[in-house]
Design a binder for this molecule. Structure first.
Ligand code: SF4
Length: 370
């Protein structure tokens, strides 16, 4: 493994500079006949200078996935490579935390490189963006699925009125929107579905989304953590200050805007940094934004395999993320062994942050915290 994370990937970039650096597509792996989809042709046209390489399946691309040894390579792959395929099996999965349902993906993978990210744990570390070209079929499926649900029987932590569909479980929709119009199509779809809304978490400010017409049908959950921590672990993302500066604009454009405090990372003095962050949000938002804010709070989980990989390229972040003195093993729903903060400390910390939020941003309700 090599320690190759360039300083400019850590220090944080201005929005325009960051957008330029995130993607410079040089090659597109695509499934046979992908041009039969309008969206397939549109992506190929958008990156018309890119080399095209036909592959049997978007899931098995020799030499692309499983490259966990060299971040220089995997960041380069994220920047330069796209995969274009068809989403074959469509199903909405039940969820009860941030959304009622996880929508079938219209993309997976990510051009950013947060060191705690669970997505590459599943997919092999390169994990560039895969775009699914059969957006019409996916959108049709979602529209019928929402119609079958009827009126939501009552409020829950996801939403008081609407069924909520997470459209960005395995990608960041703000970056996906730089690659194709899939996100715009979903925003348009949920603008007209009467009983449901889309929702996605993001660490990137893409101001092109301000030109969409969501009419309240899409919830954007801006992820936030104190800037000094974010600078170390949220690699290639928008600065916390830029995300905060976008909140009012997204509300103004017709999005519902929530906050995703995730992951919350514990270290000496973390409460002070969170107090400052919440003050920044309070100072940086108008009353209209504040009134509609809600937050989800998720304390860090980490994983030994990911820790070992990260030590090879970004050991400084691991000083924050890997804290055996504070963490204990926990088996995830998928059977994987992860670590999380020890109980009963974690319960106390969750309460501390929730209390802090009630003081600093009293109109921001907590959807859930754990
Ligand atoms: S932005 Fe989200 S999906 Fe992308 S690397 Fe970070 S945590 Fe993972």
């Amino acid at each position: 493994m090599t320690a190759t994370l360039p300083e400019h990937e850590i220090r944080g970039l201005r929005p325009v500079e960051l957008a330029d650096r995130l993607l410079d597509i040089k090659r597109i792996y695509h499934e046979p006949g992908i041009q039969r989809f309008d969206r397939g042709r549109a992506v190929l046209d958008r990156f018309s200078d890119a080399e095209r390489i036909e592959v049997a399946s978007h899931q098995a691309i020799p030499g692309l996935y499983g490259n966990e040894g060299n971040v220089g390579d995997w960041v380069r792959i994220k920047r330069e490579t796209l995969v274009l395929g068809e989403k074959k099996s469509l199903s909405a999965r039940r969820n009860e935390r941030s959304s009622d349902w996880i929508a079938p993906s219209t993309a997976n993978g990510c051009a950013m490189a947060c060191s705690y990210c669970y997505v590459p744990r599943r997919k092999g570390y390169a994990n560039p963006i895969t775009v699914f070209a059969n957006i019409d079929k996916i959108a049709g499926y979602l529209e019928r699925h929402a119609a079958r649900q009827g009126v939501k029987p009552g409020p829950n932590q996801c939403d008081p009125v609407d069924w909520v569909y997470d459209i960005g479980e395995n990608s960041d929709c703000s970056v996906d929107a730089m690659v194709s119009d899939n996100v715009r199509d979903l925003v348009d779809l949920f603008a007209r579905i009467p009983n449901a809304k889309a929702s996605f978490a993001t660490k990137f400010v893409n101001r092109d989304l301000l030109g969409y017409d969501p009419r309240g049908g899409t919830r954007v959950r801006f992820s936030l953590m104190p800037q000094e921590t974010s600078r170390l672990v949220d690699i290639r993302t928008s600065k916390a200050a830029d995300r905060i500066a976008a909140l009012d604009d997204f509300v103004e454009a017709g999005f519902e805007v929530h906050l995703n405090f995730s992951p919350v990372i514990v270290y000496e003095g973390w409460q002070n940094d969170w107090a400052k962050l919440l003050e920044q949000v309070a100072d940086g938002t108008n009353e209209r934004t504040k009134r509609q804010l809600a937050a989800e709070i998720i304390f860090l989980t980490h994983n030994e395999g990911l820790h070992e990989v990260n030590l090879g390229w970004h050991p400084k972040a691991e000083e924050l993320l890997w804290r055996p003195d504070l963490q204990q093993l926990k088996r995830s729903e998928s059977g994987q062994w992860n670590v999380r903060y020890k109980s009963p400390w974690k319960g106390r910390w969750v309460q501390e942050l929730t209390d802090l939020l009630a003081v600093k941003l009293p109109t921001c309700r907590v959807r859930y915290a754990f």
